[in-house]
Design a protein around this ligand. Sequence first.
Ligand code: PLP
Length: 260
Amino acid sequence: MDLSAPCVLVIGGHDPSGAGIAADIETCAALGCLALSVVTALTTQNTAGLHDIRPSAADAVRRQVELLAEDFPLAAVKVGMVPDATIAQALRTLHDGLLAGLPWVVDPLLRAGSGNALAGADMDLGWRRLLAGTTVATPNRAEALALAGTDDLDTAVATLLADGCTALLVTDIGDRDGQLVNALYHRGQPVVVEAMPRYPGDYHGSGCTLASAIACCLARGAPLEEAVREGQRFAHRAVARAHRPGSHQAIPNRAAAARP
Ligand code: PLP
């Protein structure tokens, strides 16, 4: 056990087929961090689709975080699936109180890669409330537009930054010469626009991998832009080396992504 491994608190849903909290834990391990995991929901799904969601009780989520914060020197927080507004409110309170001052990476998930909803209708507003004070939020283009209630990306970026997140990494804002383009907006300006080869097919847990990798880099003390660049490189390698053990979406290979 590497005693210097930074502790990253990962808060999200359990997916038996490997996205969500399992992807977070694998990413943290690959990047030499210790993941401390709090499950917000049990999902019933495989790589073909999602069948059911059982949200955790908000007070159980809160109590688990409190006990972990008492015990471990937390260095960063990553939030994935939040199924309902009562859990969002518990996280809001923790962000403003016990866990204030830590870097927070929030991946505002609305749907699983299979297209099924991962959050209740009350979470459009729930996510918006959670963005205030977040170090970086990582919506994809569709999530950014849906959360802001607009069809225009510039308006969505301005709206979500106005909610109070320090930075916004919008993934897959479009194609440039067949490449996938992500943009990091910091104080309204796109500061890092990165284009990467787009691999064909669907990947299960690629967004979780990216957000967790950024959280690990922040936990190690990297400045925001460096953490985002490094996180993107890691997630990109995991997708490039993905395997397809199930019958539908491929699974990013986080262990293999640890190698340059
Ligand atoms: N969290 C959970 C619990 C999930 O089930 C999923 C997708 O199925 C995700 C997060 C998001 O996965 P992705 O990273 O593919 O957007």
